[in-house]
Ligand binder design. Structure first.
Ligand code: JTA
Length: 631
């Protein structure tokens, strides 16, 4: 399902409209995400958009801060209904590369790469034009076609040159020098909610943020063994993120891949005998293993990290991601009973219940280890999804009904709550039905508006934050960022009603306006957006597969996927509400909560369109001077 793919580009500028064919199916209502029209939607055809230079010359490496070029209106309602895919491909090409060329730490990304090679053409050429079709030793996907060599794309060889980027020249700029300096972030931070470091930001915006290398650093513990739960893996890259002294310690990969994808995953790990696997059962169609969690077992104890990032380089490079990192959980004294070490939020019980749901022998020793630790310092609630059809009391174990129960029990009614907006922010969208009552307002919003035992069933504003085409075009990654925003045209065209809820991705306060979100957050804000009634960070996108959907006259809930997130409620922090921290960087030690994007959210204007990943964008070049042409 998620093999690192290399995007290729073509030099030719032929018309792309002729390639589109008409949908062969319009029944993807059951599809969790990025509904497809292929006959085997759970095994999407693997192909990649062509990501190529724009037809008109643009300045080399446009600045990010100023919009690089004038944009024409989006291919407004191009005959969208007659367009169809081909590409349900996983775009997040993960490439294994050597970080030897150093990036000069600088306030802005644009044009600051050391060893920048000019082609002299005046074009912002895609690096991928002279892609040799394979990132050394790593491409497991299709072998991309090689573009005819062009003199314009010839590059001067530099020492230690890294593989050619499928994403353009900025893709492989080095992380700044201080990027891997294991900054121990304020670990006394009461929330323990962190953003990922983003390459290309002014360093002040990365202070208090964490890279995967920080998380795995010996400063956090002397690693004995780890387990990595995720969706997408680049095993070689992952192994390289561990400090050398821990690099050969056992790692258990918990994944959902089947058949060919599983074979490719196992193949990736051939050189690493310390890497072991656990395949999560996925017995319901279109379910996926989205959960992103690290279990870290140390000499000193045990730690849990629940993140939104895949284990591929692209996810830790220029995207907005988030995580909760647990405190170091000490080992319980010998002879303690297993039910000791519980937190006021029952985190230990709930984590064990989540792991038990896999019914996987490979997880038994992890379950036993967790039992032997003291998780009592945990202040968050665990909210997971595991696949199944649940009835009776089991309905409240997973997904949005679990969140509803927690909000019912652990938040309080607020006067004027009918004016407290719900905000949902995500990176993909499933098929939600022909109108809002089918799931979004009928079911999901009911959960999101639960505040204690209040019987007020009001419908406060619902703000949905999802990047627009313009957000993606002007992002650090450019259009390839859209490869991790897999909202499909087939799904989008059936739910145009949804788009009226949409708000832009804007994150100036965290410096992340140009780092496209792969984080997913849900929260309830005060009318002036200065307070939060609760906050939830999760792997769950806006889909029924992730959150669950009621069936059989609401006597049953059906969940397709594995998801995991943590819920913050003020009562667990002896607070009434969480203050939103205004400008959190450099890290403030206030009691404010860092919301990853700007509040209040900004509505789409009439000319804004949500990013849809499988239609072409050729009206304006992205920050790398390229256009997006799905094949
Ligand atoms: C692109 C994806 C995840 C996740 C899952 C993705 C798809 C496309 C990015 C991603 N699925 N897809 O769990 O993080 O089509 O399934 O980042």
């Amino acid at each position: 399902m998620c093999s690192p793919l290399i995007i290729h580009s073509r030099m030719s500028q032929d018309s792309h409209h002729g390639k589109w064919t008409v949908s062969s199916s319009d029944e993807d209502d059951d599809l969790p995400l990025s509904g497809t029209t292929t006959s085997k939607p759970h095994q999407p055809a693997v192909s990649s958009p062509s990501y190529q230079p724009a037809a008109s010359p643009t300045p080399t490496i446009p600045k990010i801060e100023a919009a690089p070029v004038e944009v024409k209106p989006e291919p407004a309602n191009a005959p969208v209904s007659s367009l169809v895919i081909g590409s349900e491909a996983r775009q997040s090409a993960a490439a294994n590369q050597v970080n030897t060329v150093k990036y000069e730490s600088s306030p802005s990304l644009a044009g600051k790469r050391k060893n920048e090679v000019s082609d002299g053409s005046g074009w912002a050429l895609s690096d991928s034009e002279d892609d040799d079709g394979d990132v050394k030793g790593k491409s497991l996907g299709n072998s991309p076609k090689r573009a005819p060599p062009s003199p314009k794309t010839k590059k001067v060889k530099v020492e230690n040159e890294r593989p050619t980027s499928p994403y353009g020249r900025l893709y492989y700029i080095d992380e700044p020098e201080d990027f891997f300096e294991s900054s121990i972030p304020p670990l006394n931070d009461p929330y323990r909610f962190y953003l990922n470091k983003v390459t290309g930001l002014d360093r002040k915006y990365n202070s208090g943020a964490l890279h995967i290398r920080d998380i795995l650093s010996p400063l956090f513990g002397t690693l004995k063994e780890s387990a990595q739960f995720n969706y997408c893996f680049d095993i070689a890259w992952m192994v390289d993120q561990y400090p050398s002294e821990f690099r050969d310690r056992p790692v258990l990969i918990v994944h959902g891949d089947k058949r060919e994808a599983k074979a490719r995953l196992l193949q990736q790990a051939k050189p690493y005998p310390h890497v072991h696997f656990c395949q999560a059962k996925l017995d319901i169609a279109f379910g996926t293993h989205h959960t992103k969690m690290m279990l870290l077992w140390y000499e000193e104890g045990f730690r849990v990290v629940i993140t939104t990032s895949n284990l591929i380089r692209a996810d830790w490079y220029q995207k907005s991601q988030g995580m909760w990192m647990s405190p170091l959980f000490p080992r319980l004294p010998k002879g303690s009973s297993d039910d000791e070490g519980e937190s006021p939020t029952f985190f230990k019980r709930d984590l064990l219940e989540y792991l038990a749901a896999y019914r996987a022998p490979e997880l038994e020793e992890w379950i036993q280890r967790i039992r032997e630790h003291d998780l009592s310092e945990t202040k968050v609630y665990l909210v997971g999804s595991t696949p199944g059809r649940y009835v009776g009391p089991d309905m409240e174990r997973w997904g949005h009904l679990r969140l509803r129960k927690l909000l019912y029990e652990h938040t309080e009614p607020i006067s004027g709550e009918e004016r407290w907006p719900v905000i949902g922010q995500f990176s993909s969208i499933g098929s939600l039905g022909v109108d809002q009552t089918k799931w979004l307002t009928g079911e999901f919003q009911r959960t999101m508006t639960t505040l204690g035992k209040s019987s007020i069933r009001s419908a406060p504003p619902l703000h949905l934050v999802y990047p627009s085409v313009e957000d993606v075009r002007t992002s650090l990654e450019g259009y390839p960022a859209g490869g991790s925003l897999p909202y499909s045209i087939q799904t989008a065209q059936k739910q145009l009603w949804l788009h009226s809820f949409f708000h832009r991705w804007k994150a100036d306060a965290t410096g992340r306006s140009h780092a496209m979100p792969h984080i997913k957050t849900y929260m309830r804000a005060s009318p002036d957006f200065t307070q939060l009634a609760w906050f939830f960070v999760t792997s769950a996108n806006l889909s029924k597969a992730a959150w669950g959907a009621l069936e059989k006259n609401s006597t049953q809930v059906m969940v397709r996927s594995y998801e995991l997130g943590v819920l913050y409620v003020p009562s667990a922090f002896n607070m009434k509400t969480f203050p939103v921290s205004g400008n959190p960087f450099p890290v403030s030690s206030s009691s404010g909560f860092t919301v990853p994007f700007d509040l209040p959210p900004t509505s789409y204007s009439p000319k804004d369109q949500p990013w849809i990943w499988n239609i072409p964008y050729n009206q304006g070049p992205d920050t790398h001077g390229n256009i997006w042409v799905p094949s």
